[in-house]
Design a protein around this ligand. Structure first.
Ligand code: SF4
Length: 171
């Protein structure tokens, strides 16, 4: 059975075509400097705190830093450029924990480069949003039809650009 993942949630907000391509194993994600920087921030930020955290895998999501004592999921991001996406990814993780009987979990979103952190909670309205969003994601990625081009400035920074625009006018 297919599961919604944190990556699919992120791509849902970024571009539904990218979400479909990724879900259907057409992958062009790169090991760009941004990804490497994100990993470095994550590793160095938590270097001294690792003993307090567990790695958890549940229904297609993988949490690297879960604090079981305080029931907090920590997520570190390089920049707040896609903050809305980060918030919904974290709410989705809390939702999956809840579905699996782990209650009263909260999230902390951290932006070390800005020395900023944000507490994330899941309310009843969020649950309804996530349920609809999950249905839409599963329906889209199961379709035979790949969603059309986004034709947005986002395309220029996307690792799928060459693939998407090979036979198109440049955007
Ligand atoms: S290049 Fe544009 S249309 Fe293609 S996957 Fe990326 S964002 Fe979507």
């Amino acid at each position: 059975m297919r599961h919604v993942t944190g990556t699919l949630i992120a791509y849902y907000f970024y571009c539904k075509r990218r979400m479909w391509l990724h879900a259907n194993e057409i992958r062009f994600e790169d090991n760009s400097e941004d990804v490497a920087m994100g990993k470095l921030i994550e590793e160095t930020t938590y270097q001294e705190r690792n003993d307090n955290y567990e790695q958890i895998e549940l229904e297609g999501i993988k949490i690297d830093f879960y604090d079981p004592k305080n029931r907090i999921i920590h997520e570190t991001k390089k920049s707040p450029k896609f903050e809305e996406t980060h918030v919904w990814q974290l709410k989705y993780y809390i939702y999956v924990f809840l579905k699996n009987g782990i209650e009263d979990v909260k999230g902390i979103l951290e932006y070390p480069t800005e020395r900023r952190r944000k507490m994330i909670e899941l309310n009843e309205k969020d649950k309804a949003v996530i349920e609809n969003l999950s249905k839409e994601i599963l329906m889209t990625i199961s379709s035979e039809e790949c969603p059309g081009l986004l034709s947005s400035l986002k395309c220029k920074n996307c690792s799928y650009y060459e693939f998407c625009y090979a036979n198109e006018e440049e955007y």
